[in-house]
Design a protein. Structure first.
Length: 347
């Protein structure tokens, strides 16, 4: 089954606008293109540029059209467009199988397809069909969806400041004034929770996805605990970026699912959530076990478990059962204000 598109990469000449910019500065936008770009943005689909053009001239023209802000990490130069798409992928940290590339030139589409066969390549003449494709229609639209581009822009500012910051990394992280809130999922969180299971691949402990109704069942079932996490700092909110599902049994707590957005990978929040869960289990005098299923992309999650001190104790088909001895638990990092409502601490 094809995945939802997370990023649309546009060519410029004869794609977003009519004409060739190098031949004339009087290019005009294609009919309806502005509305399409706005709608993709509203749906939480990121957008970028891969164009063979003079960078400054192209960006100036996009600013004149009021569209420059919609394109993250634009690649405007004379290199191969497959190279441009790979550069955008690295910056956005999402899979190539969630990319779409739109270009009027068959050669450019074939060049991209020959290197990145997972990318959906479309002829620019079909641009009006874009919004109607099933892969361009997210199953759920959430508050985080509509802010996705802005959250990436906020993150760019963080990265730029981190690059020029002179001093220890912990001092920089402390300067961000991060607040990490762990709370029980409410009904209004379920659309975002479902979206997280569908979109998160690298930091998903099992690769299993849950739909709205399944998550709502777990939210209400007294034998399960469904937690969501939100991270904010002085730049703004990262949104709801984490999810944990725990099956509570008399003798042990089973972590059925742990996932984190890749956007916060470098902030250490996965370990913070794990530490909270393990501390609650230790206080209850029970064992703490976690399920892990290796996929083609979630090795980082396995590394997180191993570094935290988990050992494999059983295997059930493709599922590894890991256990933590709970003897030594590390405190929350000093640079982060971790907030856990009392109701969660008692769960």
């Amino acid at each position: 089954m094809s995945k939802e598109i997370k990023c649309v990469v546009w060519d410029l000449d004869h794609t977003i606008w009519e004409g060739v910019l190098l031949e004339s500065s009087h290019v005009t936008l294609k009919p309806g293109i502005t509305e399409i770009i706005h709608e993709l943005d509203r749906r939480g689909i990121l957008q970028s540029i891969a164009s063979k053009n003079n960078r400054e001239d192209a960006l100036k023209k996009l600013r004149e059209f009021g569209l420059a802000e919609y394109f993250l990490y634009p690649e405007i130069h004379w290199n191969a467009k497959s190279t441009s798409i790979e550069a955008i992928r690295i910056q956005l940290n999402i899979g190539l199988d969630t990319f779409a590339f739109i270009d009027d030139q068959p050669f450019e589409r074939e060049e991209v397809k020959s290197v990145h066969e997972e990318v959906l390549c479309m002829d620019a003449v079909k641009y009006r069909e874009l919004l109607h494709l099933s892969r361009m229609q997210p199953k759920r639209l959430t508050a985080d969806s509509s802010r996705r581009r802005l959250m990436y822009i906020e993150n760019m500012k963080r990265q730029q400041e981190e690059e020029i910051y002179e001093g220890p990394k912990e001092a920089f992280l402390s300067s961000l004034k991060m607040k990490f809130v762990i709370s029980e999922a409410r009904e209004e969180d379920l659309q975002r929770a479902e979206e997280l299971t569908l979109r998160t691949n690298q930091l998903n402990s099992t690769g299993i996805t849950y739909d709205y109704d399944e998550l709502n069942f777990f939210r209400q079932d007294p034998n399960h605990l469904l937690l969501v996490c939100e991270l904010t700092d002085r730049y703004g909110s990262y949104g709801k970026i984490g999810l944990a599902l725990i099956h509570k049994r008399a003798e042990a707590d089973y972590l059925k699912l742990l996932l984190m957005s890749c956007r916060v990978m470098s902030r250490g929040v996965g370990t913070v959530l794990l530490t909270h869960l393990m501390q609650q289990t230790k206080n209850a005098g029970k064992r703490f076990l976690a399920e892990f299923c290796q996929t083609d992309r979630n090795r980082m999650m396995f590394v997180t478990y191993r570094l935290a001190g988990f050992k494999e104790v059983d295997q059930r088909g493709d599922i590894s059962i890991l256990e933590h001895p709970l003897e030594k638990l590390y405190p929350f990092p000093s640079y982060m204000d971790v907030q856990v409502p009392e109701s969660v601490s008692r769960s």
